[in-house]
Each structure stands twice: as structure tokens, then as C-alpha cells.
Design a protein around this ligand. Sequence first.
Ligand code: ADP
Ligand code: ZN
Length: 832
Amino acid sequence: MKNLYVNVALPVPVNKLFTYIVPDELRDDVAVGKRVIVPFGEQELTGIIVEVSTQSGWHRLKEIKDVLDQVPAFSEEMLKLTKWVADYYLASWGEVLKTALPAGTVLESRSIVRLRRQLEPEVLSNMEKSSPKKAEVLKFLISQNSPVAIKTLKNKFHFKNIYSILHSLESLGYVEIERYLPEQKAKIKFEKFVSISKSYADNSKKLTQVIEELEKTSPKQVEILLFLLARLKKGESEVLLSDLLRVTGASMQTVKKLAERGLIEIYKKEAIRKFEYEFDEPDKKFELNEYQKKALIEIKKAIDSESFKTFLLYGVTGSGKTQIYIEAIKEIIKLGKTAIVLVPEISLTPQIVNRFKKSFGDIVGVLHSRMSIGERYDSWRMIKNGVYKIVIGPRSAIFAPLDRIGLIVVDEEQESSYKQFDLPPRYNARDVAIMRGRINNAVVILGSATPSLESYYNAKLGKYHLLVLPERVDNAKLPKIEVVDMIKERKEHANKTSISTLLTQKIDERISRGEGIIIFQNRRGYSTYIECQDCGYVEMCDNCSVTLIFHKAGNHLRCHYCGFVKSVPEKCRRCGGIKLKLKGVGTQRVEDEVAQIFSSAKIIRMDLDTTMGKKSYDKIMQRFANGEADILLGTQMVAKGLDFSRVTLVGVISADIPMLIPDFRSSERTFQLLTQVAGRAGRSEKEGEVIIQTFQPDHYIFNYVVEHKTLEFYERELKIRKELNYPPFTRLILIEFKGRNEKNVELASDEFAKELRSKVHLPVQILGPAPAAIPKINQNYRYHIIMKIPKNVDKTGGEIARIIWQLKEKFEVKLNSKGVKLIIDVDPQNTV
Ligand code: ADP
Ligand code: ZN
């Protein structure tokens, strides 16, 4: 028999596959797309088979240890898609595949070290002289009294040769190393059910007879039978054992006796854990308006032609985009196909999931990070089994294992939350959606009231097909927007609060009329910095170059980047002065001020601090929808997507914060944010009003926002981007270097940039290295190199990717030894 080999993608940050031999007993089990356990260095890792072959150019290969799947976890299509993601975003294929699987299914072995015998003091002191590192490790193990994970040792000592130290200690007989594979965290859950045995269930005469016989001797058994019988009559042929025991109060013994008599059956069955939202709103009946109908006709045409096409559905806020998604998906389901709907924030999912479930019922599956590992695993399996045909979720839902995808919707496609920024692969789910659409000959709808400049430009070029919904549904009008100059406000009204006279008056009106109000402030906490009135010193985080935020709830200062907490100082750190002042406005402060002005108003605050609970979003939204509060106050969570017809006023406490972020997209982002939040107002027959407060009332952005001149704003922005060589005219790659030693970080980035410049012979701009706009986060100094690649240069991205991978490999060891980390971000959404 010929040798059988597999090529495996592993979740390690290198650009290659690993080849293993398949042992005879696993020959029948291996297949492309299945998870396997393989030895890797000192560890055992989970990888994905991406190729099976009878040939290999390598010698002395290791064997795979196990095959975890019966059915491949990945289809051919998903392998193709994930490979593209890896290549485009410069991540390893294995890392992408790991991202595409539910949490808890990619296992990694753990190694622990245990002491084998007591050590004489003189042995230890000799060792301290001859091999101090070994001695240190041993002393630590002695002090711990129990086995220690190798990971712990690695983190504690930072020795590069920790394994060789341990192996040497092992061969000397002092320690032993044990390796084990943890159990898969995502497990199928089984539950026990009870039902009346079939022969009795089908023969009521026989059953009645038995019940009569048992009545005198075993009344409890009869009770159980009657209970099951009653359920059976209601159409429930089986009952959860736990329910049965609880309701009847019977003991397990009694139940078992019935089973022994053959009257009932007890059996295990797979249980599906479902995440149910606690949010519901009444159905609304309506007919599509002319614009909606026209757009839908075009979309249906594309769906029926079964070829790839991307639409940009540009519809003003409240123009009924969601209904178009629903109608389009009805067509998809009719054709026996499936669909994905991406939403930017989990705070929006309760409302949209509710609408979809009302239209489609049980074929709607949800995938998001608030679900438990078990719930996500079950959702994933239900998708894979074809039970769920429509998947709704945030960015990672783009990897849902659906077959026969016919449509992908990306709602609010401009949102930066579609970009994974913190971990590789740093993908943008919107762009992955387009690629997945292409691979499947599917239709992609990018929906938005404020498209990204990139998508708008693509529509202009004809790459995307533009569909416009210029009006709100139900003849609702776009809200009236007013800008309040806060400098004037301070002077003329001597008003020190963050709520202007005009906004106060408008809130008052709404409260007396019982209408809903949304107030938006894009910072959480109470005050955003604390400043010394004598010397101007501002309290900064110990670990990051950002200000500390005062939180009233804990009465402390907190860093929103690293979580660092400290008590409020009594004196200035720099000059010792005692006049410290809380400055800048966060949501907690707005809440206090509103409560003070309107003592009877009911306010609900929705920000990261009030939505930690699993179902906190749904509950807050349900309360507000029910009219239990006058004011919904919050951060960007309240700014986007929410659709409450009772809201007639939106107040923006400060438009300045997003405008001041030093990023080339900050104008675009501010425009989008203001237009989005304004769009929450007046979504029914009652007209809406929006008050935007700012200290920069002359900023050009406001003219466009107030007059709802979105496309005019985009045209202006495009000109600026073209002049400055920014997207959509170029593609950016951000290369970040970070580490605790600033000198090392600077040197490494310099050297890298030099090599990069000498290797890239294309007309590409390479900027930097320079300290990042936030030069330090979590004790790590940060330096940036930015590559600006014109759109017509290196179109597939392959050439530059090759160079960067090469350099990365070349610098790997050196950077490691200097404690510098290299991060590559293709199409960054954030360059700060
Ligand atoms: P968008 O996403 O464009 O902001 P939505 O899709 O949330 O708007 O629609 C706003 C509201 O209008 C929803 O409550 C929706 O049910 C309703 N709606 C949609 N289409 C129509 C229509 N043709 N007539 C009346 N109401 C509609
Ligand atoms: Zn910090």
C-alpha cells in the first residue's frame, strides 16, 4: 500500500502548510476539510486537512494523531473563500480557518511539568552556579507544590529556550513533562426524554387496562402514566425527564419501574440550545412603495439569473431597506437557496432578528458573541445540517457554513465594526461577503443610508449597481436638523451644563407630549478627563497615552484602552495643587444633568457599562419600545439602525469628538454618524427634529448634514481623497510595530522600512515609520509604516503580499528577540 499524506493548515502565524503521514488505521477517515490533531513542535494542535495525496517530497514526516470530524467541517467553497481571505489579508490559512469555526472546536494540547523527586539543597546550590536558568525553574516548581503549565513558565521567565531547559531537567530525572489534550469545549448536549411505549400509545384499550390494574398497588406510577397521556393528547409524544420528575414529584426509581415493565421508554436525545431574544414588537402590515418595488424587481432579476452581482442599496434612513432584504430572501428560499444577513452591532440584532423570525420562523439562525459556546456550536451545526437557511449575525457570520448561498446582505455596509482589527485575520466582512458572493454566483446587497466612500465610488465606476430609495416610507419626512453653537450658548445663557437651552426646551415639549427622545453622546463614563486648574496637568493612564475617564459608579478613574483603574487623586501629580476639575462629558454625566433638569423624566442609559448582561440590549430596547421611558440615552449603540416610531427628537450632545480623531476618515465617519443618529427621529407620521451641539459650528460638514445632502458631501470628500492619495483611490497597508522598549520598536521599524523600500519596485508610497497617533497602549510603544498602493498597481495584491511575507519571515527571529511584535493590517479601518 502506498503512503498517504495530508497537507494541513495550522492556526500558527506562518505562510505555509504542514505535511503529515496518515497512519494505516486512519486512512479511511481522512478527507479534505476535516479537523485533525497533529504534533507540532512540543505541542499538539488542531489543523484542517486541505489536501490529501499519495506523494510527498519530504522525509521523516510525523503522523497525524487523530481525525476529529466524520463529516468535513469545511466545504470546497469555504476552503476557497478562506484561502482568499488568508492571501488578501496576509494571514495564515490556518488562522482564517480557525476564525471560521465556532469557538471551542479548535483544540490545543497543554503541557504540564511536575517535580519527580525532592532535591538536596547542595544540588540546587551547585546548579545555581553551573546553570542558573535551570535552577530558577526548579526553584519555582518547588515553590508551587503542584504541576505547572509550560505556558505559565513561558510567561513567567521569558526564556527563549524553556523547552530545552525542561528537557534537560527531564533527562536528569528531576521533572517529568506531561502532555494532554483538553476536552472539546463545544460539546453536543444530550437530554433524557420519556414517552409511553409505542405498543401502548397506539392501543388505548390496553393502556386503560394497565392503569386500572396498577391503580391500587402503584398510584405514583399511574400518576406518571396519566401525565404522559395528557401530554400525548396535546400532541406531545415525549416529555423531558427532568420536567416529568419536577411536575409529578415522582422518584427516578418509580420512573425506572415503569420502564422495566415496558410501559414507557427513557432515551437520550440531542438537545439544541437556542439563544432567544427577549424582544418582540407587533407586526405591521403594509405594501411596498414604488421605490421599494422598483429596487426589488432589479434584485429579483439578478437572483433569478443566478450570477454574481453586487448592489449598493442607498436608501435614506427609514426608507424601508429591511423590508427589501426580507422580500429578496423570500425569493431565495423559494429557489431552495440560503442567505446571510450581516448586521454591524449586536445591539441591532434583537430588532432585526424579530422581524426576520416573523417572516421566516424556524429557519432563521443567529450567530454572535453574546451566545454561550454551546449555543453557538448548536447554531453552527443547525446551519451545517441545513435546518437554518437564513443566518443573521455580526462579521463572523460571513463564515456561516451554509450551502447554496444565493444572497448576502450587508446592512450599514460602511460600519468599521465589519473589520476585525484586534486579531488576525484582520478581514473586512463586507469585502469577504463580496468574494463569497462571487464564488457562489450569488447576489450581494450592500445597504446603507450613508455608504462608505469606497462603495459609493465603486457604484460610480459601475462595479456595483446603484439602487436608490430617496424617500421615507409612509410619506414620513426626513427630520429637521438644527445646529447649536455651544460657544455662544456658554456666553449668552451662562449655561454650564452640556444641554443647551434649545435642547432643553425641545426635550420638555416631547416629555409633555409623551413622545420618545434619543440622546447621543459618543463617550461613556462621567467625565472624560480630570484636569489641574493650577498647572493644566491632565491625569493620564499609567500604561497608555490616553486620559483617564472618571466613572461615578465606582468613584474611580478608568482607562478605556487597558482597563487600568485608580482612585481619584486628591492632589495634582505635577504641581501638588488641589483644584482638580472633572472635564469633558460622558454619558453618565449627561444622565445626571438630564435628571436634574427634568426630575420626572424616565431615562434609560445604553452604553457598554449598562449592557454587559447577556440579554441587556433586548431588555433595554423592549422597555423603550413599550414607552416605559421618555429618553434613551447612549453611545453609538443608540445612533444606528434602531427603528422606534415614537421617537420624534434626537439630541446630539457633542458632534466634536468624532471630528477631532486624527484619521483620514474622520469627516466621513462624523457625517455618517450624525446622519444615522438624526435618522432615528420622525420615522412615522409625527415629524422629527434633531438638535446637534458643537463647538465648531462653522465646520463644512454641518451644511451637508442639515440639508441631507449626502451625495454632495461624498463628491467633496472624494476630491480631497484623490488629492491626498487615500482610499478609494489607493489601497492602504498599515504595518505596526509594538513593544515595551521604545528604542527597540523604533529601530526595528526603521530597519524594516529600509528593506521594504529597497524591495518594492512598484510606484507605491511608503510613509514612516513614525510613532502612532496614540503612541503607547498597554505599556506597548507603537510605530507605524503606511503603504499607499494606487488602485491600478499590483491589482491582485500578490506581489506586495509576497514581499511582506518574505520580510516578515526574515525579521521574525530578530523581532522576537527584541520583544517587538509585527502587525499587518490590510485596508485598515483605523490608522490611529
Ligand atoms: P431603514 O432600514 O431603511 O432605515 P426600515 O427597513 O427599518 O428602514 O423600515 C422602517 C419602518 O418602516 C419599519 O418599521 C418597516 O416595517 C416599515 N416599512 C417598510 N416598508 C414600508 C412601507 N412600504 N410602508 C409602510 N411601512 C413600511
Ligand atoms: Zn490604559
